[in-house]
Design a protein around this ligand. Structure first.
Ligand SMILES: Cc1ncc(COP(=O)(O)O)c(C=O)c1O
Length: 345
């Protein structure tokens, strides 16, 4: 349901906590997580590790911090990591790879987030010349934000992981929305994270928790991650208050993601026919709809929509991103489609 009369499609990060989350937060049993004895956060970490099929997990305040820690541990100073050219880590994380990990991000083009295997292979440097940064890791993003919520195929992930194994590379997943991918593919999330050594996913996006992400991986990696989290200022005290909402997020909010995907398709279908609008319906794979305005620049289009209480974000001069989430219902889809039609008329 829209909040205060606004149909807010800017991101799934705008979701407010559910009543069950709020109750769980108020009643959370807490300790001091820097001292390692907050029972609620310990429980969340155990549940998250189990759901992902990983040995251990760590609560981090944000997805950015989870990715940053992974880059610092898996790549290292003066070494290189292969990543896709539109990925979140490269563009939207304040140069974390360069500044915190001290590493070289080697960015490569892709087909909707999938970098061709041959291209990955050609960019793995180990012994060619000693002044070429040695490749230590590959990171992928699933679903892929700037490719409109694209889902990476399991057989592709398998091929990349075979290449990584052969070359002794760490595989990291920016899985901010990995449960959206699992739901779209109709597979257990373990089936698509098993190819990765480390995985970050967000509690605070479509799963609707107010704050937090999870970094998961092998026991020794997570032990090190805890120290890096502290160094980054991410060691929190009575953090079980946030963890309580996180538990509800992973246990109760995954299955409903399909509703978001259905509504995203509907918004795409209801707008694709409007004069001056282009939407590629087959690219609506999860909860994102990329709407191209052929006769109006995105900022003006969005300004006019905002006058009708419909909010979204521009991602380029002619494309706007609409994200469907828990706080968008059928009525919001109708409101948005109607508003878009009126604006384009
Ligand atoms: C794909 C992806 N990765 C990572 C992040 C970072 O998450 P946070 O905003 O919690 O730092 C985002 C945030 O939008 C994202 O879309």
């Amino acid at each position: 349901m829209s909040y205060k009369g606004i149909s807010d499609f800017r991101s799934d990060t705008v979701t407010r906590p559910t009543e069950e989350m709020k109750k769980a937060m108020v009643n959370a049993e807490v300790g001091d997580d820097v001292l390692g004895d907050d029972p609620t956060i310990i429980k969340l970490q155990e549940i998250a590790a189990e759901k992902l099929g990983k040995e251990a997990a760590l609560f981090v305040p944000s997805g950015t911090m989870g990715n940053t820690i992974a880059m610092k541990l898996a790549v290292g100073e003066g070494k290189a990591v292969l990543m896709e050219e539109r990925c979140h880590i490269f563009h939207f994380e304040a140069a974390n790879v360069a500044r915190i990990a001290g590493s070289l991000p080697r960015i490569l083009p892709s087909n909707r987030g999938e970098i061709p295997i041959k291209l990955l292979e050609e960019n793995i440097y180990s012994t060619l010349r000693d002044h070429i940064p040695e490749t230590k890791a590959i990171t992928l993003e699933n679903t892929h934000n700037m490719w409109g919520g694209a889902v990476l195929r399991p057989d592709y992930l398998k091929s990349v992981s075979e290449l990584a194994k052969k070359n002794n590379l760490h595989m990291h997943l920016d899985g901010a929305r990995i449960f959206n991918a699992a739901v779209a593919l109709k597979v257990d999330v373990r089936e698509i994270v098993k190819y990765f050594d480390s995985v970050m996913f967000c509690l605070s996006k479509a799963l609707s928790a107010p704050i937090g992400s999870i970094l998961a991986g092998p026991e020794d990696f997570i032990k090190e991650a805890r120290l890096v989290r502290k160094f980054l200022g991410g060691g929190l005290r009575q953090v079980g208050i946030l963890g309580a909402a996180g538990i509800v997020a992973v246990e109760k909010m995954v299955d409903r993601l399909e509703e978001d995907h259905i509504r995203a398709k509907r918004l795409g279908e209801n707008t694709a026919g409007i004069k001056g609008i282009y939407v590629d319906i087959k690219e609506v794979e999860t909860n994102f709809v990329m709407i191209k305005t052929e006769t109006m620049e995105a900022p003006l289009f969005l300004e006019k929509l905002a006058e009708k209480n419909v909010w979204a974000l521009p991602i380029s001069r002619d494309t706007s991103r609409f994200v469907i989430h828990k706080d968008i219902d059928d009525r919001d889809i109708e409101i948005a489609a109607k508003a878009i039609r009126e604006v384009m008329n």
